[in-house]
Design a protein around this ligand. Structure first.
Ligand code: SF4
Length: 222
């Protein structure tokens, strides 16, 4: 079990290696999100759609969706059947359609149609938990934010950065050992690493440059 200081050092090394591995300058790390968007509303909608769905599928759907729905009022005033139809290629589209329309209605009613840039306000919206709020804050508002999804959870555990299972506790633990300006990059780098190499069932350890920093690999090799 690493001490907090050892975890801090390990996390910094991991992030440096991942950023280099993906051919990025540190300042470019936060530009790694794969969801396509041009403003906070688009990212909020895309992130809600992305739960249990691939970013590639979401991007195909939003390419046409964002041409049709440009404001929160557009989503709020759409006929429910028609809106469901517009996102029907996405997993759980009925629930997501309800959440997006409820969320848009709140944006119109309580926030002048704008997506708020604060955690408390974001998590007061339908279908928006801390993970979604952190994705939006970090990538659309430039507010340092560390979102814990299934990839972040798995990769951080394998690398020995956390032993917790609750996403809020993992977020608290990681934000305590990682410099604030790297929080958003941490999310994006760990997600990409989880998708490309540190896969859930069969991690591609032979292709990974983090083996010397990885508890999971050490156990495999013991
Ligand atoms: S060595 Fe394997 S388990 Fe560890 S981070 Fe790399 S891919 Fe994941």
């Amino acid at each position: 079990m690493l001490s907090p200081e050892e975890k801090r050092e390990r996390a910094a090394k991991i992030l440096d290696i991942l950023a280099k591995d993906m051919d990025l300058e540190p300042s470019g790390e936060s530009a790694l999100i794969e969801l396509k968007f041009t403003n906070p509303l688009e990212l909020l909608v895309a992130t809600i759609l992305s739960a249990q769905c691939t970013d590639a599928r979401v991007n195909i759907t939003t390419e046409t969706l964002f041409k049709k729905y440009k404001t929160a009022a557009d989503y709020a005033s759409a006929a429910p059947d028609g809106f469901e139809d517009d996102i029907k290629s996405i997993n759980f589209f009925r629930n997501k359609a309800k959440n997006i329309q409820a969320c848009a209605t709140q944006l119109v009613k309580d926030f002048g149609g704008e997506v708020p840039g604060e955690m408390d306000a974001l998590t007061s919206l339908a279908g928006v938990g801390r993970k979604t709020a952190n994705v939006v804050l970090g990538n659309a508002f430039g507010v340092p934010a560390l979102a814990v999804d299934t990839h972040v959870k798995r990769v951080a555990a394998r690398l020995g950065l956390t032993a917790k299972s609750d996403p809020d506790k993992i977020e608290a633990e990681l934000t305590a050992i990682i410099d604030k300006e790297r929080w958003t990059a941490t999310t994006n780098l760990l997600i990409l690493h989880g998708r490309r190499r540190c896969k859930a069932r069969k991690p591609l350890c032979d292709e990974c440059r983090l083996t010397s920093l990885c508890d999971y690999f050490a156990q495999l090799s013991a």
